[in-house]
Design a protein around this ligand. Structure first.
Ligand code: HEM
Length: 406
């Protein structure tokens, strides 16, 4: 039962250089742990997290506060923001989710994603060419941030001139998961409305002047009489922008950092950069070892018992991918970074079940192209400092900067 400190704080844990010991403490001693501070159940074992991710008694929607908890002046802004996010497929349950995902999937076929490979390779080469050949540089702004931003803009079909705004909107949106204060929601609400307004105009224009990007596939996607509304397209483009952005940035930064902290593994990979199966497995091991997210959220739709704990309808549940992927009950020597691990791909860094990450093939493609190119360009790459500053965010896991020596 609960031997873990009742003051265990997911926010504070997310700022630790290594959050694993604290999460493992929960895993060992209180597998379904109640956090009074966050008013949420924290779930840390692999089996429980995986089961929770596709348990119909919980929903990823409705995880946002009721507008009435805010002061009157902000209630309206917040209600608008909620309305904008409402058609996010991530926040819908079946049958709405099934319908939305079915229509949106048409833009994410394996051939559509594979077709982006040459563009991704070109973006990687451009970014590398602009980076210093020697000396020190910050990997996050130089590479890990701009690569996914450019790829997602290309995929969606928005012009590169919008990338600066995109960063501002995306950062603003992400603040909603940096804590629970009203100011954070205010920033997220304002950024999301701006993004929504831009995309509504963009979609209207695109209906008149179609192109060949995913946005055009979404505009045309039909199932019998059914098709996506402008609100649904705009909301799900916002979802791609925010879901496909900082996550991939974090994966590139966390993955490269882990690689550079494991010289024998790095040497093995450097000697086998043409082995595509090994590169693919390396990306999986990066996702398993230190993926881009701490956790996914759910809200209980009904009351139920879970391993002796009483989950009540309306309570929040935090499902920790990070600790699930290092659960010793699932992975042998889970803290060893091993790019030749046979079962690396059993990680659940992309989620599990009906909400399994739609962008997983795209995120994989980006890292599979970027990693060998980076290592080829920099034969002596090293970390400047072991310690890094982590984002203050209890959902997204990644460094704010990563200083490297070429
Ligand atoms: C390393 C990169 C990424 C990671 C670790 C990641 C992780 C995840 C996870 C864990 C979920 C499930 C959330 C839940 O069940 O609550 C998810 C869903 C989703 N992701 Fe990703 N993601 C990444 C990149 C991307 C990219 C590049 C896109 C681009 C379009 C994307 C789009 C989505 C969408 C649309 C969903 C919702 C799917 C649904 O509800 O059916 N993600 N992602």
């Amino acid at each position: 039962m609960a031997v873990v400190s009742p003051t265990f704080d997911p926010g504070a844990v997310s700022r630790l250089p290594d959050p694993l010991p604290a999460l493992r403490d929960l895993q060992e001693h209180d597998r379904i742990h109640w956090s009074p501070r966050y008013k949420a159940w924290l779930v840390t074992r692999y089996d429980d997290v995986r089961a929770g991710l596709h348990d119909p008694r919980m929903t990823p929607g409705r995880a946002m506060p009721d507008p009435n908890v805010f002061e009157p002046g902000f209630r309206e802004v917040f209600a608008d923001y909620r309305r904008l996010l409402d058609p996010f497929m991530l926040f819908r349950d079946p049958p709405d989710h099934t319908r939305l995902r079915g229509l949106v999937n048409r833009g994410f076929t394996p051939s559509a994603i594979e077709g982006l490979r040459p563009r991704v390779a070109a973006f990687v080469e451009e970014l590398l060419a602009a980076m210093p050949k020697s000396g020190t540089f910050d990997f996050v702004p130089a590479f890990a941030y701009p690569l996914p931003a450019r790829v997602i803009a290309e995929l969606i079909g928005v012009p590169e001139s919008i990338l600066e705004d995109l960063k501002r909107w995306s950062d603003g949106f992400a603040t909603s998961t940096a804590g629970t204060g009203e100011d954070l929601f205010r920033r997220a609400a304002i950024a999301t409305s701006e993004m929504g307004a831009y995309l509504h105009d963009f979609i209207a224009n695109r209906r008149k002047n179609p192109g060949q990007a995913i946005i055009d596939t979404l505009i045309d996607a039909r199932d019998g009489q059914d098709r996506l509304s402008t609100d649904e397209i705009a909301a799900n483009l916002i979802l791609f922008l925010v879901a496909g952005h900082e996550t991939t940035t974090n994966l590139l930064s966390n993955g490269l950092r882990t690689m550079l902290r494991n010289p024998a593994v790095l040497e093995d990979l450097r000697a086998n950069l043409d082995d595509q199966a090994l590169v693919r497995n390396t990306v999986d091991e990066m996702l398993r070892y230190d993926g881009a997210l701490f956790m996914s959220m759910r809200v209980a739709l009904q009351s139920f018992d879970w391993h002796g704990r009483s989950i009540e309808a309306g309570q929040r549940v935090f499902l920790y991918h990070l600790s699930a992927n290092r659960d010793p009950r699932q992975f042998e020597e889970p803290d060893r970074f091993d790019i030749r691990r046979k079962d690396a791909s059993r990680h659940i860094a992309f989620g599990y079940g009906i909400h399994f990450c739609l962008g997983a093939p795209l995120a994989r493609l980006e890292v599979e192209v970027a990693l060998p190119a980076l290592l080829r360009r920099y034969p002596d790459l090293a970390l400047v400092d072991e310690a890094v500053a982590w984002k203050t965010n209890f959902v997204l896991r990644g460094p704010t900067s990563l200083m490297l020596r070429a």
